[in-house]
Design a protein around this ligand. Sequence first.
Ligand code: CAA
Length: 261
Amino acid sequence: MYNYQNLLVSIEAKIATVTVNRPKVLNALNKDTLLEIKAAFTTLATDPSVKVIILTGSGEKAFVAGADIAFMQPLNAIEGYEFGRLGQEAFMAIEACPKPVIAAINGFALGGGQEICMACDLRIAADNAKFGQPEINLGIIPGFAGTQRLTRLVGKTAAKYIIYTGEMFGAEEAYRLGLLNKVVPLANLMAEANAVAQKIAGKGAVSLKIAKSAIDIGIETDFNTGSIHEAELFGLCFATADQKEGMQAFLEKRKAEFIDR
Ligand code: CAA
């Protein structure tokens, strides 16, 4: 089910770890890798043995150094468009996955690498991580929805500076801009990502799924429509066993035992 050429997928204690595995090219994303990312996240979305997903890159140097430049160099306009749409669809499979996805960023996260981590729900970076949208230096622009997600995450002012200059910036600056949840020493990165994943995996799967929907759909609409969507989802929580258990456990002063229904 998870046998890929360019990805490693492991599952342990309800946490799946997806590793982009092309270390010779710093985990650059070619067409086959994007197709595999799309397939992996589509499958993980409905895998009952998985509650939380961690995305990382192979090796200590790079998370993902971007779209594969050797693959892109000869493309014509139609092929460029199709490659951009494929990257967008692959990252949408991450964003639309009803389970929390945590990017564990272990080095360069450039271009498509920064774009893929922005499609994740949470971002934890190693202190050696380097970010940037260097596409402008290649005569192109971000093409895997970076102009959209970066602007939504850091605002127009910072997004334009990052995209127009193509400058690289470190994890502390990315944290300051609001791109990251945490910065940790490289040696602690996977332990920290796993600790956050375990904490989240202890919550109810239904409330996690609908919290993601309330935020991701709400932010793309106006405040009132988003609030109505939130109220509908809030109401839906009361149809779950986990809501009854969560509140009963509080009243009985014990830890809730969620059953993900
Ligand atoms: N595509 C293809 N190959 C890449 C790559 C990429 N994005 N990034 C690195 N590689 C390859 C290098 O060509 C090199 O291969 P060889 O050993 O065969 O020469 C290998 O990975 C190691 O890279 P370097 O020798 O360059 O390593 P370094 O430590 O000197 O530099 C780096 C590291 C600063 C990340 C540098 O590799 C670099 O600038 N990479 C490109 C970053 C980039 O421009 N990313 C954006 C791509 S465009 C994009 O993503 C478009 C989009 O939005 C859809």
